[in-house]
Design a protein around this ligand. Structure first.
Ligand code: XMP
Length: 508
C-alpha cells in the first residue's frame, strides 16, 4: 500500500488513480492525520497544494522522520516543502507557470528510467525551488525552472524524491511511467492489486464482517449499488435482502428490466411498486427541493417498512464509493450546498444497523472493472448516472403520471438513438427534460398546442464541472424528428447548450 498525504491540491485524486492504474493499492489521507507504519505500507507521496511553503500557516509534515522508515515522493508543493524543510530555497517565480514544459534530464536515475529527454510535463505552480538543500542532487530541469526533479543523496535513510511538475495529469505524457518507477523501482511494490484480487479479498472480508447475520440494502439499478450487492451476495448468498423501489419516476420499463437483470445475477431482490404513493405525495409540489424531500422521505418509509419484514438484520449494505468518503483538506472553508442529494444515508439511527460498504475504497472506473469481473452486463456497467429523484427533477414544475409517461417516451427514444448512433458512451450523461411550456405547432393540416422537450447531453469527468456535448447536427435533426413524430403531446425539441458552471447538469 502507498499513502498519499493530501495538502489540498485539485489533482490529489489523480495521483491515487495513477497509482492504482499501476495495480498498486493506495489511500489518500489529510496531511495532518496520524498513520501507522506496518509491513503493508511501502511508500508515501506528498501531494500538491494551493498553499505556498513560504506562507506563515503553510501546512507542513515531518519528511525527515518519514524517510527513516519509508521512501517519499513529493509532487509540486510536496517537492517544495521537502526542499524547504531540508534547508533549500523556494521563491516566488517571476511569472506563474502553468501548462506544458519540456523536461531536460541532467542524469540517469531509477525514478526517470525509460523517460525520454524532452518529455512533456505539466506545470501548475507559482513558486519555484531556487536552491536545493545540501546533499540533494538535481535530476532534471526545464527551460524555465532550475529544479524540476531532484533526489536526496545518502544511504542513511530511505530514498527521497521531488518533482516540481505534476506527473499524475494527462498532459505529462510520461508521468505515469515516473509514478510506476517510484512504485516498483523505489518502493518495491508488487503490482498485484487487480479487479480479480479485489473481488477475492473483499468477499473474504465480507464473510468475516457479516458472519451469519442478514444484510438489507436499497438498490437503484445503478452501477455502484449493483456491484456492491453482487459482492455481498457472493459472500452471504440470500442473506442479502435487496429492495428496489419503483418510485414512479424511473425511466421507461426500467423497473422490469433492472429486476430481470438482478434475477439473472442471482441476487435476492424484492421489487416494490410504490408508484401511486409517490404520485400522491408529489401532487401539487413544484419546488425542486420540496420534490427531492418528498421522494427521499417516502423512499425511506417504504424501505423501512420492507426491511422490518426481514429477521436477523444487523447490517445495511451501501454502494458508497471512494470520492464520497475521502476526507478533503479544505482551504477555502466549507463549500455551500447547491442541491440536496438524496441517498439512503438518511436512514434513522433507530434501525441500529452497521454499514457494509464494499466499494468504499474504489473510484468509479474501478467499480466498473470489478463489475465486469463479476459478470454484470456491460449495458448496466456503462450506464449514465441517473439522479435518485429520477424524472421528477426532469419534469419542471408539478409532476403528474401523464407527464411522466410523456417524458419516459421521449427519454427512451433519446437514449436508444444515442446508442444506435454510438454516441451514448461518448457522453457522460444525457437525458430529456419536460418543460412546463406549451407552444404552437402544425402537423398535417392540424394546429397543435403541445409540450416542449429539452435534450441535455454533457461531457464530464465527475459531474462537478461539465461541458455541453457537441452532438452532430445531423443526429440532433434525426432525434428531434423521432421524438416529435412518435410522442403525442410533444411538438418541439430544443437542445441545451449550457455548461456547468454556471448552469447545472439537471434543470432542477
Ligand atoms: P447537477 O445538476 O448538480 O448534477 O449538475 C450533478 C450530478 O448529480 C446528479 N444529481 C443527483 N443525484 N440525487 C442524486 O442521486 C439528486 O438529488 C441529484 N441531483 C443531481 C445529476 O444527475 C448529475 O449526475
Amino acid at each position: 500500500k502507498i499513502l498519499i498525504l493530501d495538502f489540498g491540491s485539485q489533482y490529489t485524486q489523480l495521483i491515487a488513480r495513477a497509482v492504482r492504474e499501476a495495480n498498486v493499492y493506495c489511500e489518500i489521507i489529510p496531511y495532518h492525520k496520524k498513520f501507522t507504519v506496518d509491513s503493508t505500507l511501502k511508500g508515501i507521496i506528498l501531494s500538491g497544494s494551493p498553499f505556498s511553503v513560504n506562507e506563515e500557516n503553510a501546512p507542513l509534515v515531518d519528511v525527515a522522520s518519514f524517510i527513516q522508515q519509508l521512501p517519499v515522493l513529493g509532487v509540486c508543493y510536496g517537492a517544495q516543502l521537502t526542499a524547504k524543510v531540508f534547508g533549500g530555497r523556494v521563491d516566488k517565480s517571476n511569472k506563474r507557470e502553468y501548462g506544458r514544459a519540456k523536461l531536460l534530464k541532467k542524469q540517469e536515475d531509477v525514478l526517470l528510467q525509460n523517460v525520454s529527454d524532452h518529455s512533456q510535463v505539466w506545470m501548475s505552480h507559482s513558486d519555484s525551488i531556487t536552491q536545493l538543500p545540501e546533499g540533494f542532487e538535481l535530476l532534471a530541469t526545464t527551460d524555465s525552472i532550475p529544479v524540476a526533479a531532484f533526489k536526496k543523496n545518502g544511504t542513511e535513510a530511505k530514498p527521497l524524491y521531488g518533482l516540481q511538475f505534476h506527473p499524475e495529469v494527462y498532459h505529462s505524457t510520461e508521468g505515469k511511467k515516473i509514478i510506476h518507477n517510484f512504485l516498483t523501482n523505489i518502493c518495491g511494490c508488487k503490482q498485484d492489486w487487480t479487479p480479480a484480487s479485489f473481488v477475492h479479498e473483499t468477499v473474504e472480508q465480507l464473510k468475516q464482517q457479516i458472519g451469519d447475520a442478514h444484510v438489507i440494502m436499497a438498490l437503484s439499478g445503478g452501477v455502484d449499488s449493483t456491484v456492491a450487492a453482487t459482492l455481498i451476495s457472493k459472500a452471504i448468498g440470500d442473506r442479502l435482502h435487496g429492495i428496489f423501489v419503483d418510485n414512479g419516476v424511473l425511466r421507461k420499463d426500467e423497473f422490469e428490466s433492472v429486476l430481470a437483470t438482478y434475477k439473472k445475477l442471482g441476487l435476492n431482490i424484492t421489487g416494490i411498486d410504490a408508484k401511486q404513493m409517490f404520485y400522491k405525495e408529489l401532487a401539487g409540489k413544484t419546488d425542486p427541493e420540496a420534490k427531492r424531500k418528498v421522494i427521499g422521505k417516502l423512499f425511506i418509509d417504504v424501505f423501512q417498512d420492507e426491511a422490518k419484514k426481514v429477521e436477523g438484520v444487523k447490517f445495511l449494505g451501501q454502494g458508497t464509493i471512494y470520492p464520497d468518503v475521502i476526507e478533503s483538506v479544505s482551504v477555502h472553508g466549507p463549500s455551500v450546498t447547491i442541491k440536496s442529494h438524496h441517498n439512503v444515508g438518511g436512514l434513522p439511527d433507530t434501525m441500529h444497523l452497521s454499514l457494509v460498504e464494499p466499494l468504499r475504497f474504489l473510484f468509479k472506473d474501478e467499480v466498473r472493472k470489478v463489475g465486469l469481473e463479476l459478470g454484470i452486463p456491460e449495458d448496466l456497467i456503462f450506464r449514465h448516472p441517473f439522479p435518485g429523484p429520477g424524472l421528477a427533477i426532469r419534469i419542471l414544475g408539478e409532476i403528474t403520471e401523464e407527464k411522466v409517461k410523456l417524458l419516459q417516451e421521449a427519454d427512451a427514444i433519446y437514449t436508444k438513438s444515442l446508442k444506435e448512433h454510438e454516441l451514448y458512451t461518448k457522453v457522460w450523461q444525457a437525458g430529456a427534460i419536460l418543460l412546463p411550456v406549451k407552444s404552437v405547432g402544425v402537423m398535417g393540416d392540424e394546429r397543435t398546442y403541445e409540450y416542449t422537450v429539452a435534450l441535455r447531453a454533457v461531457t464530464s469527468v465527475d459531474g462537478m464541472t461539465a461541458d455541453w456535448a457537441h452532438l452532430p447536427y445531423e443526429y440532433l435533426a434525426h432525434v428531434s424528428n423521432e421524438i416529435i413524430n412518435n410522442v403525442r403531446g410533444i411538438n418541439r425539441v430544443v437542445y441545451d447548450i449550457s455548461s456547468k458552471p454556471p448552469a447545472t447538469i439537471e434543470w432542477e
